[in-house]
Design a protein around this ligand. Structure first.
Ligand code: 15L
Length: 283
């Protein structure tokens, strides 16, 4: 892979959301690749290591976000609210926070941003509909709406301001797929690290949306662009099929959650008319 062009030889990479599940995992995987790693979160992570460089920042405060972007070459933006929340929670962390992140990065001359988008940006596609990254947004939650917003911010800062932006629509990140749905969307930590490297280093990046999924035989997503950019996932969801089915057996059937890609994010607060939700695969 061709190395990122840096201010000096070693790129400084900022990881936001360092105390979250993905942040904690990337803090173990990335230092071997990017020794000059700066990590940030609103509060100092309880497990902060003595060798880790940490700066606190509230994403809702532009000046604080600008301060952590200073001298940085690339950002892995995993900060913000990671599940459905009240409008105020989502608005502060994922709408204002995401705007601040891109704007601060631009002001500080950061060349590349990797934005943690989510499958919930397109959660209301039925599971039988295989989708690419070019489909109309069908968010399943306020959280999903914030991810659509983040992808739009990425497109704006790429097209208008020349930033190199990669949005990763993450499926379900973890060591194993947790249930039947997650067999289709599972993302092994090492595979996420690979996608982050593509976003930070690949010479052809301008604006990309990639699915954050390992090699899952039951995938609902056409992720060929990631493969074209060199992605070679090492995780295979089917290796954990028995575990996933055993866990699924413990769950109550839910006709809305079980039909749509976004699962329980679709059924929570659901007061719609399923017969009116267009099934684009049948048009
Ligand atoms: C997400 O975007 C969430 O951050 C994570 O907590 C899971 O709910 C995941 O999606 C999922 O869809 O399983």
């Amino acid at each position: 892979m061709i190395a990122i062009k840096t201010r000096d030889e070693m790129p400084r990479i900022l990881v936001t959301g360092a105390a979250g599940e993905i942040g904690r995992s990337l803090r173990k995987l990335l230092p071997a690749i990017y020794p000059d790693l700066l990590i940030s979160d609103i509060n100092k992570p309880a497990d902060l290591g003595s060798g880790e460089k940490f700066k606190a920042a509230d994403l809702a405060d532009l000046a604080q976000v600008e301060a952590i972007c200073e001298g940085v070459d690339g950002i892995l933006h995993f900060g913000g609210y990671s599940v459905e929340g009240s409008w105020d929670q989502i608005h502060q962390a994922n709408i204002i926070g995401c705007y601040n992140l891109f704007e601060a990065a631009y002001r500080q001359g950061v060349k590349r941003v990797i934005f943690a988008s989510s499958n919930h940006a397109v959660g209301f596609y039925p599971r039988h509909h295989r989708i690419g990254t070019d489909v109309t947004a069908r968010p399943d939650s306020r959280y999903g709406v914030s991810k659509v917003f983040g992808e739009a911010m990425g497109a704006l800062y790429a097209d208008k301001y020349g930033m190199k932006v990669t949005c990763i629509r993450i499926g379900n990140f973890g060591e194993v797929p947790l249930d039947h749905r997650r067999l289709s969307i599972w993302l092994k930590p090492e595979d996420l690290a690979q996608l982050c490297r593509i976003g930070l280093e690949h010479p052809d990046i301008h604006f990309e949306v990639l699915y954050g999924a390992s090699y899952n035989e039951r995938a609902w997503w056409d992720n060929h662009r990631a493969y074209d950019l060199g992605y070679r996932p090492t995780g295979r969801g089917e290796d954990f099929r028995e575990h996933a089915f055993a866990e699924q057996a413990k769950l109550k059937p839910d006709p809305v959650a079980d039909f749509y890609q976004g699962g329980a994010f679709c059924s929570m607060e659901f007061d719609g008319d399923r017969s009116r939700i267009v099934d684009w695969s049948k048009r």
